[in-house]
Design a protein around this ligand. Structure first.
Ligand code: NAD
Ligand code: UGA
Length: 469
């Protein structure tokens, strides 16, 4: 008996995940860690990704992920490019492929691009030799499960598929703790005997470590729509506080004080009220635009406009930041050296998808500024993101070297290291007058001002040494 067969017999269940990205990789690592009785395999069409998963240099940076993968890889967690075999062997198949915003044809710039997801559905149908439970882990338009069912049943091969929706709520940078200790796990199915049986099998996986009262089961359409709704509500909080930050800057009010005061109301709560240069990431904008597209499709233009305004405020916040820099630095940025502190869309990740830093960089380059970009994890992605731009850009990991001779620092990412730097030393090395634009409100603005910087936070009074203050 070969090793693979022994493994197959040894494990209670064979779980497959198609798509080894941020969600597929992290989720399966945690399932495998918490359920040593299951064999978990992650497959991906990208062989480089799989090679990286099988190496010491994982394809994504997530605190705590390395440790888990290294402790169980080759025991009950496997990474492979053999998608067909993976499908044949598995009883439960998670689908976690990318669903970006469509860039072509009908719905371009709004709708979800379901091409990767559809190919996966066909791959499953064509390779399957026995009944399967298919678990959609991605963030998808409501009613996508119906399309999955239609593709899977479009042959007469007598194989039964149950489609389950189990959207993922992890946030990058905290993926492992979010997965280990989730607020809730949501599992939706058709409310048929077979759908409920399949749903319970998925519940059984999570029951290995998630308390039962945090596992919510529901009908499949509500589950799909809950995920889009959750992201829209989270993004809405950021756009709401960012909208208030603009008013604060005009009125000498302090957005942090406001966030604190309103957050104490338990009906509002204190999370997700950090004003910023704008939200980024692979999901908020994509999912809200997808929601807007869905609402328009159903003729709900008022609802669509409501949700679209959240993205508009986010764009406005980024433009405001640029305009403020331009205006403050004497209405010209030509040949000015601007150091971006951070390029990732948030701290504790190397991911730069839809990072505000991309937009800000492009606008600064249009103004003919010279950019010096520093980030502890995201420089490789930054180089790719700015690959097709004209202008002077340097990438320097050491923030002290990066800011030397610069006219301004713009904080793009709330990395903790930026709060611990010696700003006296940085000030000495910079061109004068020296400016700091704190797009994350993480620095000690009063202290920076005392050192000599002109300080421009988000949603707080500026601290300027110029007479027109
Ligand atoms: P990702 O781009 O990091 O990974 C997707 C992977 O799927 C890629 O490695 C790609 O090569 C692979 N893939 C595409 N087509 C394939 C196919 N036919 N067969 C095998 N592999 C294929 O994406 P992600 O960030 O992990 O997101 C996946 C889904 O989860 C999306 O719907 C997203 O909206 C959702 N989501 C993401 C997050 C997040 O924080 N990134 C959180 C919750 C939900
Ligand atoms: C977000 C959600 O938080 C997850 O629950 C969801 O699963 C995920 O989207 C998804 O569907 O992909 P993520 O985008 O990884 O997670 O990161 P967040 O922590 O939500 O941050 C998103 C953006 O908002 C970042 O740019 C962050 O800096 C910004 N943000 C966040 C603020 O500007 N202010 C805040 O108060 C919070």
């Amino acid at each position: 008996m070969n090793r693979e067969k022994r493994n197959k017999n040894k494990f209670e269940k064979n779980i497959l995940c198609i798509g080894g990205g941020y969600v597929g990789g992290s989720t399966m690592a945690v399932i495998a860690q918490k359920c040593p009785q299951y064999k978990v395999t992650v497959v991906d069409i990208n062989p480089n990704r799989i090679n990286q998963w099988n190496s010491d240099n994982l394809p994504i940076y997530e605190p705590g992920l390395d440790k888990i993968v290294h402790s169980i890889r080759g025991k009950n967690l496997f990474f492979s490019t053999d998608i067909e075999k993976g499908i044949k062997d598995a009883e439960i198949i998670f689908v976690s492929v990318n669903t970006p915003t469509k860039t072509f044809g009908a719905g371009a710039g709004m709708a979800a691009d379901l091409q990767y997801w559809e190919k996966t559905a066909r791959q499953i149908r064509d390779a399957a030799e026995s009944n399967k439970i298919i678990v959609d882990k991605g963030t998808l338009p409501v009613k996508t499960a119906l399309a999955m069912e239609r593709i899977l049943t479009a042959t007469d091969n007598d194989i039964h598929f149950d489609v389950i929706s189990n959207p993922e709520f992890l946030a990058e940078g905290t993926a492992i703790s979010d997965l280990t200790n989730p607020d809730r796990v949501l599992i939706g199915s058709r409310e048929t005997p077979s759908g409920i049986k399949a749903r319970n099998e998925v519940v059984d996986i999570y029951k290995n470590w998630v308390p039962e009262d945090r596992i919510i089961t529901s009908d499949i359409w509500s589950t799909e729509l809950s995920k889009l709704t959750a992201n829209a509500f989270l993004a809405q909080r950021i756009s709401s506080i960012n909208a208030m930050s603009a008013l604060c800057e005009k009125t000498d009010a302090n957005v942090n004080e406001i966030a604190h005061a309103i957050g104490m109301d338990h009906r509002i709560g204190d999370k997700f009220l950090n004003a910023s240069v704008g939200f980024g990431g692979s999901c908020f904008q994509k999912d809200i635009l997808n929601l807007v597209y869905l609402c328009r499709h159903y003729g709900l233009d008022e609802v669509a406009n409501y949700w679209q305004s959240i993205v508009r405020i986010n764009d406005y916040q980024k433009d405001r930041f640029i305009f403020n820099m331009l205006h403050t630095m004497f209405n010209t940025l030509v040949d000015k050296k601007i150091c971006l502190f951070g390029f990732a869309f948030k701290a504790d990740t190397g991911d730069t998808r839809e990072s505000p830093a991309i937009y800000i960089s492009k606008k600064l380059l249009e103004e003919k500024a010279e950019l010096i970009i520093t980030d502890p994890r995201a420089l490789e992605n930054a180089k790719i993101d700015l690959n097709d731009t004209d202008g002077k850009i340097r990438y320097i990991e050491d923030p002290y070297k990066a800011s030397t001779d610069c006219d301004a620092i713009a904080v793009m990412t709330e990395w903790d290291i930026y709060t611990k730097l010696d700003y006296e030393k940085i000030y000495q090395s910079m061109s004068k007058p020296a400016f700091i634009f704190d797009g994350r409100d993480i620095l000690d603005h009063k202290k920076l001002f005392e050192i000599g910087f002109n300080v421009f936070p988000i949603g707080k009074p500026k601290l300027s040494h110029f007479k027109d203050k």
